[in-house]
Design a binder for this molecule. Structure first.
Ligand code: GLC
Length: 534
C-alpha cells in the first residue's frame, strides 16, 4: 500500500454515553468500573477506539457537558484511579481511548466562573464573556441560546450580562483571552500525560464569537418544528475565522505527543465543515461528518451527499461518518428497522473512519419518556417539540432481565420495552442478528485493505440503489450495492464479476456474481471482485 495510515484512519470508533453503559455500584447510573466490565464485549465486537462522553465533576445541569473541574472524575462515575484502571484495560486490549473535551463553556459552578462573576475587577473577569446591558437595560444583542431563549444572562451583582450558547448554567469561556487558551491547553496535556489517545471536542465551531458582537439575521427558511434558536442564522456567534488559530494551538499540543488526535463536533454545511481540516498540520483531524444523520434516507440523496463530500475534502483530509449520537434520534427510529442493516453496511464500507453509537449495533430505538421522567434540560426548556435527547440515551440493553443487565436498581432513564428481544445476549446467539452483521462488517473491513483505506469510486445507479467500489493497489477490490427500497432490484455492470463476500441477508456468501446482481428488498451486498487491483 505504500502509504502509512494512522490508527484513527483505519479504526472504528465506538461512543459510550457513560451514564447509560453499565452501572457497577447500584445507583442506577453507569460508571467507569462498569465500562471496564464491558470491555470484553467491545473487543469481541472489534472496535478500535472508545470515546466517552464527559466523565468530569459536574453539577449535571447538562449531564456532564457542564464541567466544574476539568482534571478529575465525577464521583458518580468513579475516581481518577478508576480512570487509570480503565485506560490500562482499554490499552491492554489494543484499543484506544478518547475523552470528551468541552472547551466552549464551563459549569457556572466552576471556580473560574465563581471568581469571574465576583466583581468587574476580578482577575478572571475576562475569562468569560461579559457585556454591558443596552441603554434600556436589555440584552447586549439578539443572540439566542441553543437550549431556548436569549443567550445572555443578567448578573445582578455586577450589573452585566454573560453569554451562554447553551444553558445559563454553562457560561461560555472567552477564547480570545490567551490565559484561557493556556489553561485549557494544559487540560489537554493533563489527560494526554495520563495516556488518552485523543479527544472529541465539543461544539468546536462555537468557541470564538464575533469581536463586534453584531446581531444575527433571521433565517428566512426557518421552520416552526426546528429548535427556536434556529430562527436566527448563527453568523456572528459561531464559525468565526479566528477559530482556526485556536484549533491550530490545540493541534500543536496533540502533536507534542505520538499519534494523538481530535475529532471535532461541527454541525455546519459541508462546504464549511471541510474548512475545519485546516492545513495539513493545523486542523481538526476528523471534523465530524453528520450527513448520514441529516440527509433524507434515500439512495440518491445519500449518494449525492457522499460524492459531494468526497469531492470537497482537501487532499490531506481523512473522511469520517457517523450514524448516531447522544444528541440525535436513534438511527433505527429515523430510518426504520428494515434499513438498519443497510445503514450498518454503508457506515462500514464508505471511505473514512466510522463512529458507532452504543446500542445502535443491537438495534436500540428511541425510548418514549413519560413526562415525569424527563431529564434532558433541552426538553425541559422547549417541551413538546420532539427535541428531547433522553430517548436516545437510555440504558444499554445487555440481557433480558428487568434492568437489562445495566443496573440492579431502577435506572436513571427508562429501559426499552422490547428489552426481552433486543439485547446483547440474545443478539449474540442469533447468527442473523444486526449485532452479528456489525461484527462481520468490522471484521471484513479490518481484513481487507480496500475496505479499510481504499479509494472510493462511485458507480452510477438508479432508483433505490446505491453502488460504489472500494479499491487499493495490490489488494482485492469490492463493489458495494445497497438496496434502499422495499422491492427487489437488479444491477448490471460489465465489470462486476466475483463473488458475494457479505450480504445483509443470510445464505448468500460465496454466490458467484457474473455482471449482474439481484438484490432482495432492503438488501445490501459486498461483492469481492475477481480481478485484483494492480
Ligand atoms: C454538544 C453536546 C451536547 C451538549 C452541548 C452543550 O452539542 O454533544 O450533548 O448538550 O454540546 O455542551
Amino acid at each position: 500500500m505504500g502509504q502509512k495510515y494512522l490508527w484513527w484512519q483505519r479504526g472504528v470508533i465506538y461512543q459510550i454515553y457513560p451514564r447509560s453503559f453499565q452501572d457497577s455500584n447500584g445507583d442506577g447510573v453507569g460508571d467507569l468500573p462498569g465500562i471496564v466490565e464491558r470491555l470484553d464485549y467491545l473487543e469481541w465486537l472489534g472496535v478500535d477506539a472508545v470515546w466517552l462522553s464527559p466523565i468530569y465533576p459536574s453539577p449535571m445541569a447538562d449531564f456532564g457537558y457542564d464541567i466544574s473541574n476539568y482534571t478529575d472524575v465525577d464521583p458518580l462515575f468513579g475516581t481518577l484511579a478508576d480512570f487509570d484502571h480503565l485506560i490500562e484495560e482499554v490499552h491492554r486490549r489494543g484499543m484506544k481511548l478518547l475523552l470528551d473535551f468541552v472547551p466552549n463553556h464551563t459549569s457556572d459552578q466552576h471556580p473560574w466562573f465563581a471568581e469571574s462573576r465576583s466583581s468587574r475587577d476580578s482577575s478572571k473577569r475576562n475569562w468569560y464573556i461579559w457585556r454591558e446591558p443596552k441603554s434600556d437595560g436589555g440584552e447586549p444583542n439578539n443572540w439566542l441560546s441553543n437550549f431556548g431563549g436569549s443567550a445572555w444572562q443578567f448578573d445582578e451583582r455586577t450589573g452585566q450580562y454573560y453569554y451562554h450558547a447553551f444553558l445559563k448554567e454553562q457560561p461560555d469561556l472567552n477564547w480570545r483571552n490567551p490565559e484561557v487558551q493556556d489553561a485549557m491547553l494544559n487540560v489537554l496535556r493533563f489527560w494526554l500525560d495520563r495516556g488518552v489517545d485523543g479527544f472529541r471536542v465539543d461544539v468546536i465551531w462555537h468557541i470564538v464569537k464575533d469581536d463586534q458582537f453584531r446581531n444575527n439575521d433571521p433565517d428566512p427558511n426557518y421552520q416552526p418544528q426546528w429548535a427556536p434558536h434556529r430562527k436566527l442564522l448563527a453568523t456572528y456567534n459561531t464559525d468565526r475565522p479566528e477559530v482556526h488559530d485556536i484549533i491550530g494551538r490545540m493541534r500543536a499540543v496533540l502533536d507534542e505527543y505520538d499519534e494523538r488526535m481530535m475529532v471535532g463536533e461541527i454541525y455546519l454545511p459541508v462546504e464549511r465543515l471541510v474548512t475545519y481540516y485546516g492545513t495539513e498540520n493545523s486542523g481538526v483531524n476528523l471534523p465530524f461528518n453528520f450527513q448520514l444523520i441529516e440527509t433524507p434516507w434515500h439512495a440518491r440523496a445519500i449518494g449525492d451527499a457522499v460524492n459531494r463530500y468526497e469531492a470537497l475534502l482537501p487532499a490531506h483530509g481523512w473522511p469520517n461518518w457517523v450514524l448516531g449520537n447522544h444528541d440525535n434520534s436513534r438511527m433505527i427510529s429515523r430510518i426504520g428497522k428494515e434499513q438498519a442493516r443497510i445503514a450498518a453496511m454503508l457506515l462500514l464500507t464508505l471511505r473514512g473512519t466510522p463512529t458507532l453509537y452504543y446500542g445502535d449495533e443491537i438495534g436500540m430505538h428511541n425510548v418514549p419518556i413519560p413526562p415525569d421522567r424527563v431529564q434532558d434540560p433541552f426538553e425541559k426548556n422547549v417541551p413538546g417539540l420532539g427535541h428531547g435527547r433522553d430517548p436516545e440515551r437510555t440504558p444499554m440493553q445487555w440481557n433480558a432481565e428487568p434492568n437489562a443487565g445495566f443496573t440492579s436498581v431502577s435506572a436513571w432513564l427508562p429501559i426499552a420495552d422490547d428489552v426481552e428481544s433486543t439485547n446483547v445476549v440474545a443478539a449474540r446467539k442469533d447468527p442473523n442478528s444486526l449485532l452479528a452483521l456489525y461484527r462481520r462488517l468490522i471484521e471484513l473491513r479490518r481484513r481487507e485493505p480496500a475496505l479499510e483505506v481504499g479509494n472510493f469510486v462511485s458507480i452510477p445507479a438508479e432508483g433505490d440503489l446505491l453502488v460504489f467500489r472500494r479499491e487499493v493497489a495490490n489488494a482485492r477490490a469490492f463493489v458495494i450495492a445497497l438496496n434502499f427500497g422495499a422491492s427487489a432490484a437488479k444491477f448490471s455492470n460489465e465489470n462486476l464479476s466475483g463473488k458475494v463476500a457479505l450480504s445483509t441477508c443470510l445464505n448468500r456468501e460465496n454466490q458467484i456474481i457474473d455482471r449482474a446482481i439481484e438484490l432482495r428488498p432492503q438488501e445490501g451486498i459486498i461483492v469481492e471482485l475477481r480481478d485484483r487491483m494492480t
